[in-house]
Design a protein around this ligand. Structure first.
Ligand SMILES: [Zn+2]
Length: 69
């Protein structure tokens, strides 16, 4: 079962509707200067959606479940 603090990657299917927050970039070796938008700090996703890339740099990121909805 998916629980709060579980992590997901860009491109994965959302299996649990909820509020997700940006955690970090997947490619942590690359020095990124971008930061998440306020929306990406609390992103509402529904079951069947795909975890998005970071809107600013289009790179894959890690999303963390804050709260199931
Ligand atoms: Zn980025």
């Amino acid at each position: 079962m998916v629980e709060a603090d579980d992590m997901f990657k860009t491109g994965e299917k959302v299996t649990t509707s909820g509020i997700y927050s940006y955690e970090r970039h997947i490619e942590s070796m690359t020095p990124f200067t971008c930061s998440p938008t306020p929306e990406e700090e609390r992103l509402k996703l529904s079951e069947g959606d795909t975890f998005p890339a970071h809107s600013e740099c289009k790179q894959g990121v890690i999303w963390k479940l804050v709260k199931r909805t």
